[in-house]
Every structure is written in C-alpha cells, then in structure tokens.
Design a protein around this ligand. Structure first.
Ligand SMILES: Cc1cc2nc3c(=O)[nH]c(=O)nc-3n(C[C@H](O)[C@H](O)[C@H](O)COP(=O)(O)OP(=O)(O)OC[C@H]3O[C@@H](n4cnc5c(N)ncnc54)[C@H](O)[C@@H]3O)c2cc1C
Ligand SMILES: NC(=O)c1ccc[n+]([C@@H]2O[C@H](COP(=O)([O-])OP(=O)(O)OC[C@H]3O[C@@H](n4cnc5c(N)ncnc54)[C@H](O)[C@@H]3O)[C@@H](O)[C@H]2O)c1
Length: 465
C-alpha cells in the first residue's frame, strides 16, 4: 500500500496547492473527472464566455432607445461553443499533462479515478481505466472534491432527458424553446444566454421571486425585468415531467391551478450538494453538516489530524473566489504548521452574470432586520448619475446598508451595468474598515464615470451626527 506525505483529492482548487515548495514531499493527487474541476470546465469560466456574446446579442434590444438601430442577424452557436471549449479543453488537458508528465512533478503521482475513504487516513481509488483499485495512506490530506448538481425527485424527470449545467453548454444546436427549472444563479445566467440568443425561455420558480437570496429590492427588480424578457412562472410546484410529441413538458401547480409548460430542452438548475458522501468522509471520522458540507475550523482543518478541506466540499458559499482563498490558507498551513493562518469569511461577495448584472456583499436588509442590527440604508439609481443618463438606464440601482453610528458599511447590493466592477471598491472598504464618509470624500471620483453611482449612494446614507 503506497504511503504519501500528502494526498490531494480533486484538481479544481486542489491542483493549485502544489508548487516548488512541495518538491521535497511525496505527493499523490486524485481526480475522477476532468483536470481543473468545475470552475474551469463546467462553471464560472465557460458560463461567462457564453454570457459575453449573449450581452452582445442582446444589445439591439436596447440600442433603439438611444437612436441607434441595430439588428441581430445571426447567432452561430457552434462557433460560440467551440471557441469556449477550444480554449478550455486544452487548458484542462495541459494541466493534466503537466502534473502527470512534467519533470517539475517527478514527486507527484496522479491517480485518475474516484477516491473514497476506506479507513482512518486510508483512501481507496477506483481507477478510471478499469484496471482495479489502489489504496493509499498519507500523513496529510487535502480534500478539495467539490460538489455536484442536484436533481429533485420529480416523477418522470429521470426519464425525460434533461440537462444540468454540466452538459447544457455542449449542445450541438440551440433549442427553439428552453424550460429552466429553478431560479438561482445558474437559472439567471442561462436564461439570459438563451433568451439573448433567441431561444424562447420559460423559468419555473417554486417561490414568489427569482434570485430570492438577494436583497428583496434587487430580487424584485430582477424578477420584474426578467418577466419582460421571458416567461417567468412563480410559486409553481412541479408535479411531473413527461415527454410529449413536441418535446419535454412539466406539469405545474400554481396560484392559477394546473398548467403545463413545454420546451425542446429542459435545464435543471436546482442547486448543488457537496461530494462528501461519494468520498465517504465518515469512514475516516470526518464530520459533515446536514447539508453534506465537511466541517472545518478557521484554519480549514477537519476534525481528523492532518486532514484539511476547502472549497465547495466544505464551504456553503460555493464560489470560486472562496475556494481560491481557502486554498491559499491550506497551502500556507501545510508549509508553515507552526505559523498557521485563518480563512477570512467576513465579507464574501458574489455576482450573478445575468441581465442586468447583479453583485452583492455583506448583509441584506432582511438579514439586518432578522438579526436586530441597527442600520441605515441609501439607494442610488443609475438614472440619477451622468453615466446612467448616457446609457438611458432606468432600472439599475445601488443599495447600501451602514451602521449609522460608525458609518461602516454592512452590505452593498447593486443591480445594473458593470455591477461586479462597481461593487469591488465597496468590498475593499468593508475589508479594510473604511467608513462611508471617508470613502466618499477621501478620494477623487472620476467624472462622469459609473463609480459616481457608489459615491452618491455613500453620500446619501443618513448617518448619525
Ligand atoms: C454553472 C456554474 C457557474 C459558476 N459560476 C461561478 C462564478 O461565476 N463565480 C464563482 O465564484 N463561482 C462560480 N461557480 C462556482 C464554482 O465553480 C465553484 O465554487 C468552484 O469551482 C469550486 O471549486 P472546488 O475546487 O471546491 O471544487 P471543484 O472545482 O468542483 O473540484 C472538485 C474536483 O474533485 C473531483 N472529485 C470529486 N470527488 C472526487 C472523488 N471522490 N475522487 C476523485 N476526484 C473527485 C471532481 O471531479 C473535481 O474535478 C459556478 C458553478 C457552476 C456550476
Ligand atoms: N455567478 C456565480 O458566482 C455563479 C453562477 C452559477 C452558479 N454558481 C454557484 O453554483 C451554485 C449552484 O447554482 P444553482 O443555480 O444550481 O443553485 P442556487 O442555490 O443558486 O439555486 C437553486 C434554485 O433551485 C430552486 N430549487 C431547489 N429545489 C427545487 C425543486 N425541488 N424544485 C424547484 N426548484 C427548486 C431553489 O429555490 C433555487 O431557486 C450556486 O449556489 C452558486 O454558488 C455561482
């Protein structure tokens, strides 16, 4: 049974642990799928590479309001798809070859297969080439096995032939009609991509609003705007899925009774769960939450000595920048066990690359009320700043929450053009403890640029004194 200094499970963020500083350690890295993990192969990167052409394709819809008449002549789906994966697949392949074959990695063994714990600090890999199993032990483990899309238990769903985000980006032809089940991140991004490319989209949501995790004002505004672009069915329970002559049908129950929606393609976008079950972490004594997330402390240590976990396997945020941050923490703690560092999850931002874009950090007004936090808020519309006039934006806004006594920001929520970029200085202010007044008046704001949205929102906060 081979014994290693370090075994890493998962080559998404896990692959970034290794650099020249690990050259004196005997290392194994295990991957059951494609090198590079979710973000590179089926997540952040390909989706955003589809969103950008979708943004271009959606431009004619609005340009007429500014006196510029544009027409969308064609969307060459296969060309778009092949540009995306032509770039990504070669990065994944290069990453695998580098680890498996390059002399820099002479101390690294790559196991291609599915790992599961079979004892305390003992891992068995079922090799993907069918050649059997290999059992490994190690002094230290990094578990970076991520998560997977979940599919609800709806009668008929397993039989109709649905897509998840893992498969939908590789289709050969755009469907004429797409039904998207779920109303979170994946749904919002793919609804925009498909609708912009001319697909008739229907989004089925079980609650009363899309992107319900956002601040209520943002979620409401997004729901209203989405409903102008595609068919949005709220408060719907999906009773069954079935194949029809025309495609795939979902039978729904909602406020108006029973109804059916139909598409040529069904995308199930109903969330993800961690892979802790498939990795059988319980067999090595690691605790998990009811959600399946591996329990870790602020140094990313599990309850088993020498076993770390990071990213979607242990983080409820399920975001790549969080996995990257935790990877740096684990890497440091492996290299400097006597001088460990902790993960900082105080101000984790996120962005939804839909239309309009959405970005958020910190607490929502709903959170503040639920926690009894004293707060003030200010909302600045894009339509009230010069660049917003230039764009004729009538729907976007930035909403800030702050502590009235100290002026420290508690939350920031933006819906509108370039929302993630506009949010970044607010994340910086929160991370470094800059109060709203100092931020607004302690620097120049380029005129008449879009960040004046942030400046004006900061100045509008009704702080004490
Ligand atoms: C459609 C989509 C879009 C997204 N867009 C964004 C975005 O714009 N911004 C953002 O911040 N985040 C985004 N995310 C989330 C982001 O992709 C994840 O948070 C991130 O990839 C998690 O990284 P990870 O290293 O924890 O796991 P992963 O990247 O999932 O890596 C886990 C690896 O472990 C392997 N593995 C799992 N189990 C085993 C096993 N038992 N044995 C061997 N190998 C195993 C898997 O094959 C995989 O390669 C998106 C996700 C999706 C699905
Ligand atoms: N831009 C980004 O950062 C980005 C983009 C895509 C995905 N992601 C990550 O991937 C994760 C997964 O995305 P997602 O959109 O699948 O999940 P999500 O958690 O964002 O949304 C899941 C949606 O499915 C609904 N749902 C759950 N069970 C259902 C059921 N049985 N029937 C009908 N609806 C149901 C939920 O109400 C919710 O609307 C996200 O949480 C996010 O962390 C991030």
């Amino acid at each position: 049974m081979p014994h290693y200094d370090l075994v890493i499970v998962g080559t998404g963020s896990g692959n970034s642990i290794l650099d020249h500083r690990f050259a004196d350690r005997k290392v194994a890295i295990v991957e059951k799928g494609v090198f590079g993990g979710t973000c590179l192969n089926v997540g952040c990167i390909p989706t955003k590479m589809f969103v950008h052409p979708a943004d271009l394709a959606a431009t004619p819809e609005r340009a007429g309001e500014l006196g510029v008449d544009l027409a969308l002549r064609d969307v060459r789906w296969r060309e778009i798809r092949d540009r995306v994966f032509g770039r990504i697949d070669s990065i994944a392949d290069g990453g695998r070859r580098y680890r498996a074959e390059h002399e820099d990695n002479a101390h690294v063994t790559v196991y291609e297969g599915e790992a599961r714990f079979t004892g305390r600090k003992e891992l068995t890999v079922r090799l993907g080439d069918g050649s059997g199993e290999e059992t490994l032990t190690a002094e230290e483990f990094v578990l970076a096995a991520g998560g997977r899309a979940t599919v609800p238990d709806i009668p008929g769903l397993a039989e109709v032939g649905y897509h998840t985000s893992d498969t939908v980006m590789r289709i050969d032809e755009l469907p004429r009609r797409a039904v998207i089940l779920g109303s979170g991140f994946v749904s919002a991004e793919f609804a925009h991509v498909f609708a912009s490319f001319g697909v008739e989209v229907t989004v089925v949501a079980r609650s009363g609003a899309l992107l319900r995790g956002e601040d209520d004002d943002v979620s409401r505004r997004f729901t209203d705007l989405a409903a102008r672009r595609y068919d949005v069915r709220l408060d719907r329970r999906t009773v069954r899925a079935r194949r029809t002559r025309g495609g795939i049908a979902l039978d729904l129950e909602g406020p108006g009774g029973e109804e059916t929606v139909e598409g040529d393609l069904l995308l199930v976008a109903t969330g993800r769960r961690p892979n802790s079950d498939l990795l059988d972490v319980a067999a090595t004594g690691i605790a998990t939450l009811p959600s399946g997330h591996v329990v870790v402390d602020s140094r990313q240590r599990t309850g088993v000595d020498g076993v770390y976990a990071l990213g979607d396997l242990s983080s409820p945020h399920e975001l790549k920048h969080v996995a990257n941050h935790e990877t740096r923490v684990v890497q440091h703690n492996l290299l400097h066990p006597d001088d460990p560092i902790e993960s900082d999850h105080r101000f984790v931002p996120h962005a939804v690359f839909t239309a309009p874009q959405i970005a958020s950090v910190g607490i929502t007004e709903r959170d503040a009320a639920a926690r009894g936090v004293r707060y003030v808020t200010a909302t600045q519309e894009y339509g009230g700043i010069a660049y917003g006039w230039a764009m004729e934006d009538t729907t976007g806004f930035a909403k800030l929450l702050a502590d009235p006594a100290t002026g420290h920001l508690l939350g920031a929520h933006i819906i509108g053009p370039q929302a993630p970029t506009l949010l970044q200085p607010l994340i910086q202010a929160m991370s470094f403890g800059l109060d709203a007044r100092s931020m607004a008046r302690g620097q120049y704001w380029i005129h008449p640029a879009m960040p004046e949205l942030v400046e004006n929102a900061l100045l509008a906060l009704p702080l004490d004194g």
